[in-house]
Design a binder for this molecule. Structure first.
Ligand code: CA
Ligand code: CA
Ligand code: CA
Ligand code: ZN
Ligand code: ZN
Length: 405
């Protein structure tokens, strides 16, 4: 029993959800209130640790993606879903449980308490009462989305607001349309904890320009697959998730999330999920939990044996699980004991001397089964030992990965 934990309950009383604590003390100023703890980073992971049996898994995933997006819209935070099968611990664990669920605050069956959440200093997790008639639809049952948006506010460090129009008001918030939007009061609260929000209109037109540049001048600076399967692509000052199924790529400013500015030169992820970012003579390491590792950035010349500055691309190759670096017309296998006499080799050897690009812009591995090399708008699948391009390549980066015509 972890009785030292604190949380805020939602009650339904005569059709409203009312917070018991708020009934005891009324604030004179009609505004937000913060608890005092917050996440000291921009990348926050969440996981559907124990899903509800009342809705399909894909429905629940979609609801939580929408709920986190509601907060993302006005913060510099980035919420990354991680899979339950993955051993990695998420920052925000989402649990559906009925009655006693071993945190000292049992749920109470249908009605009354719907959910509770922990402030960041207590772990940020969100619990939902599995006995409620959860629904992905706001017209029937209990709208999981609306309750989730409110609870995520607590996970981010917000207490209840006395402004009854805010999402953090202790009363259930009605909303029109498909999604809720943060009230100015909620925006002021997250701004105090996490910095200035992004201007939406400006962002939309910037995205438009960025999008057309993506198709007229296709290239990538760096690509890597995170431990959770997300493919991150870096280009200029922006980065985005690479998804062949997604029509619209949502770019984000690199320096809003990471402690460095674009353009990046290379990125790669090791088998533990640590992500390495390279720029000129410096590199950074991020853990699979999204925290920047202590002791970084480091100079490449000090942290990596026999590795020059200004590498073009980095790859953990799926065939041997070893790291490779590419610079200009050469590539080599990295070893912390120093460069083996077989290395470096000419990039033309990968292409068997046929139409070899002068250099590799970016490289990445997918699902431990394939590896890709990029140069401007062309990309190749590589395999085997020694590394060779596969038949059917090069293919078009803009067509296959950016969904350009
Ligand atoms: Ca209940
Ligand atoms: Ca947690
Ligand atoms: Ca590069
Ligand atoms: Zn609440
Ligand atoms: Zn609980």
């Amino acid at each position: 029993m972890t009785v030292w934990r604190r949380w805020w309950y939602l009650y339904i009383l005569s059709g409203f959800i009312i917070n018991n604590v708020m009934l005891e003390s009324k604030s004179r100023v009609k505004r937000y209130s913060i608890e005092g703890s917050y996440w000291g980073k921009s990348v926050i992971t969440y996981r559907l640790k124990q899903p509800s049996q009342r809705m399909s898994l894909s429905q629940q995933k979609a609801v939580f993606a929408r709920a986190f997006a509601t907060w993302e819209e006005h913060t510099r935070l980035w919420f990354v879903a991680v899979d339950d099968e993955d051993e990695q611990k998420a920052n925000i664990d989402i649990v559906f449980a009925a009655g006693d669920h071993e945190d000292g605050e049992p749920f109470d069956g249908k009605g009354n308490i719907l959910a509770h959440a922990f402030f960041p200093r207590y772990g940020g997790d969100v619990h939902f009462d599995e006995d409620e008639l959860w629904s992905a639809n706001k017209t029937k049952g209990v709208d999981l989305y609306a309750v989730a948006v409110h609870e995520i506010g607590h996970s981010l460090g917000l207490k209840h607001s006395s402004n009854h129009l805010s999402i953090m008001a202790p009363f259930y918030k009605q909303y029109t349309g498909a999604v809720m939007h943060l009230h100015q009061d909620d925006i002021s609260a997250v701004k105090r904890l996490y910095g200035a929000p992004v201007k939406i209109r400006k962002k939309a037109s910037e995205h438009h320009i960025w999008r057309s540049e993506l198709c007229t001048k296709p290239y990538l600076d760096a690509v890597t697959t995170l431990k959770n399967g997300t493919i991150l692509a870096f280009r200029g000052k922006m980065f985005f998730e690479l998804k062949t199924t997604r029509k619209w790529l949502l770019p984000r400013k690199i320096n809003r999330i990471f402690p460095f500015e674009g353009p990046l030169e290379a990125a790669t992820t090791d088998r533990h999920g640590n992500v390495y970012f390279f720029k000129k003579d410096t590199y950074w390491v991020m853990t699979k939990h999204g925290d920047m590792m202590n002791g970084y950035p480091k100079k490449i010349s000090q942290g990596l044996t026999d590795t020059p500055d200004g590498i073009n691309a980095a790859l953990y190759y799926h065939e041997d699980g070893k790291p490779y670096f590419f610079k200009k017309s050469y590539f080599w296998q990295y070893s912390r004991y120093g460069k083996h006499k077989l290395w470096p080799r000419a990039i033309v050897s990968i292409f068997e001397n046929q139409n070899s690009p002068p250099e590799i812009d970016a490289a990445f591995q997918l699902n431990n089964t394939s590896s890709f090399l990029f140069h401007q708008n062309k990309y190749w699948k590589v395999s085997g030992d020694p590394m060779r391009i596969e038949k059917g390549f090069p293919r078009s980066l803009s067509r296959d990965w950016f969904n350009c015509l």
